[in-house]
Ligand binder design. Structure first.
Ligand SMILES: Cc1cc2nc3c(=O)[nH]c(=O)nc-3n(C[C@H](O)[C@H](O)[C@H](O)COP(=O)(O)O)c2cc1C
Length: 541
């Protein structure tokens, strides 16, 4: 009876109650084992004959089960504890991994991720797609690499560009984010300028694959993408959606005016970058099929892109220097360039937005004869564009570095590929060319039109208040002083802080990078900026 009652009570108590002593016994298993044996004798001694046997059986079965449960209990509890330890370790590992892996200072970006991508993608274009897609996905889930601790906050690298105070003088060059898929994650790795594109008016495939090649010993690349583009309409839709999302997140709502309000400065951020202290450049180009000889058609191509995209850009970049669109570089001759740039400047000024985007032209490092450089400067002054990006990839094949180094056989073959060469070997020529552009652009405007305007302005100032007494002598402003200084960005072979600083010393306001980021990974911009800070500090000491 007693045994029966024990068994019934045990059953009635349910699994939860049964689990409790089991948990306790995990701490004191020996006590429970003794306790479990005791009722057995009692059951046999007091029960009637028939019921005694049955009850004894039931009781003994139940008690055995209980004893079994009790025996199992320490094991279960052990497993539970192990699970807790494992779970906690896993959570901690994930947290540390997240904090480390998403910090641009982590050396894993350079020494782990870059070699891994190279291993996974022998084709450099596949690697490019993998990199962009991964960054895009990570950003969507908040798992993207980013600068922690606001390194620009000390103001050591701030710089003035187009009247904006930028957080630092580093930019990401055109072509890395061809379709404007990842401007925001790119801003997060630290540059103050991200250039997206180049885009063409109509979608075009570019050249057949393979069209991107690596020269690992040189940390260089050769590409002949040929301005593959999804078209200006596609990019405009992406950039508009980006502003829409931003407007919504900032509490401007979902209606059409929300976008307009952000674009017109109500959010107190530049309308292109949407990030204080940063600017978004959008690069535009012509379609391959548009004949270079038909300047009106070429102008229409650029203007089409500007009409679609200017609203979403802080800076528009006119690409006339890609080596992979036949005839494009011929447009750098003074007359066609002036015509194209004038058309772009006109279209940019017409954009329906409170502030208009600035216009820059990206020039080639190969058109470097004196007359070519001065011709381009003439077009810059004559058209009213605001600045020049010097330069792009080169058709030349620079000497390997370090001097005297012989390229491995495979790379010697790669060197024969048609396309634009990029990487550290471009650096010396970039700096020299920046200095030449700086000197020429700082001279007085050279076109008769500009000179005429300048003279008229000088005369107006000199003749102000001619009859007034005690008028202090008026110094006529220099002709050049009446025109804002043209802004230069340097692009070509910049991979470290000393080089970025040298480009700035030569007269550039921003040092841009592409190939350096491909080989250096997501921490490159942070590293270069840190090196610049150290370089500047050393100079001060
Ligand atoms: C794969 C690849 C694609 C590029 N695509 C473009 C482009 O679409 N438009 C452009 O103006 N420059 C493009 N560039 C040139 C870069 O923007 C940059 O001017 C050039 O590579 C020199 O800088 P770097 O030595 O830092 O790479 C491309 C470069 C590479 C390597």
């Amino acid at each position: 009876m007693v045994a029966n009652s024990v068994a019934l009570a045990w059953k009635a108590a349910g699994p939860r109650a049964r689990a409790l002593p089991s948990f306790r016994c995990a701490q004191r298993p020996s006590i429970l084992r003794n306790h479990a044996v005791a009722p057995r004798h009692g059951a046999v001694r007091y029960a009637s004959e028939t019921t005694t046997t049955k009850a004894a059986d039931t009781a003994s079965a139940t008690i055995e089960a209980a004893a079994e449960t009790v025996k199992e209990a320490p094991k279960k509890a052990g497993r539970g504890a192990r699970r807790i330890v494992l779970g906690t370790s896993l959570a901690l590992t994930l947290l540390v991994g997240y904090v480390y892996g998403t910090d641009t200072r982590a050396s894993a970006h350079r020494y782990g991720v870059v070699p891994l991508i190279r291993l996974l993608c022998p084709d450099a274009e596949d690697a490019h797609h993998l990199g962009v897609d991964t960054l895009k996905t990570l950003y969507q889930y908040g798992l993207h690499p980013r600068e922690r601790g606001n390194p620009d906050g000390d103001g050591a690298l701030t710089t003035e560009v187009f009247g904006y105070t930028l957080a630092n003088p580093i930019g990401i060059s055109g072509g890395l984010d061809k379709h404007a898929e990842v401007p925001d994650p790119l801003f997060e790795i630290g540059p103050a300028i991200v250039e997206v594109g180049g885009t063409t008016p109509l979608p075009q495939d570019g050249n057949p694959r393979p069209r991107v090649f690596r020269l690992p010993s040189q940390k260089a690349m050769i590409n002949r993408y040929g301005l593959n583009s999804k078209g200006a309409d596609h990019m405009a839709a992406i950039l508009e959606q980006r502003v829409r999302d931003f407007a919504y997140a900032q509490g401007f709502g979902l209606h059409e005016q929300a976008v307009e309000r952000v674009l017109n400065g109500d959010a107190s951020v530049p309308p292109g970058s949407l990030v204080p202290g940063k600017l978004l450049a959008v690069q535009v180009a012509k379609n391959k099929a548009t004949p270079d000889s038909d300047i009106e058609a070429v102008k229409r191509d650029y203007v089409y892109c500007v009409d679609r995209l200017a609203k979403y850009a802080d800076i528009l970049v006119v690409n006339v220097s890609s080596p992979n669109t036949p005839g494009l570089r011929d447009l750098q001759a003074t007359a066609p360039l002036t015509a194209i740039l004038k058309a772009v400047v006109g279209a940019a000024k017409g954009v329906d937005r409170a502030t208009k985007p600035f216009v820059m032209v990206k020039v080639s490092p190969d058109e470097d004869a004196d007359e070519q450089v001065s011709g381009i400067c003439e077009a810059v002054w004559g058209s009213g564009v605001d600045g020049v990006i010097v330069g792009n990839t080169t058709n030349r094949r620079p000497e390997p570095l370090p001097q005297g180094f012989t390229l491995p056989q495979k790379e010697q073959t790669t060197l024969q590929e048609t396309g634009g060469y990029s990487g550290p070997q471009l650096f010396d020529r970039t700096v020299a060319l920046v200095a030449r552009y700086r000197a020429l652009l700082d001279e007085t405007p050279v076109t008769p039109e500009q000179a005429g305007e300048a003279q008229a302005e000088t005369a107006r100032v000199v003749h102000a208040e001619p009859d007034a007494e005690n008028v202090p002598p008026v110094n006529p402003p220099s002709v050049a002083a009446q025109f804002p200084r043209k802004v230069l960005f340097a692009s070509g072979g910049i991979t470290n802080g000393a080089q970025a600083q040298a480009a700035l010393n030569a007269g550039a306001s921003v040092a841009m990078m592409y190939t350096g980021v491909v080989y250096g990974g997501m921490g490159t911009v942070t590293r270069v900026k840190q090196e610049m800070r150290e370089e500047r500090q050393l100079k001060k000491d």
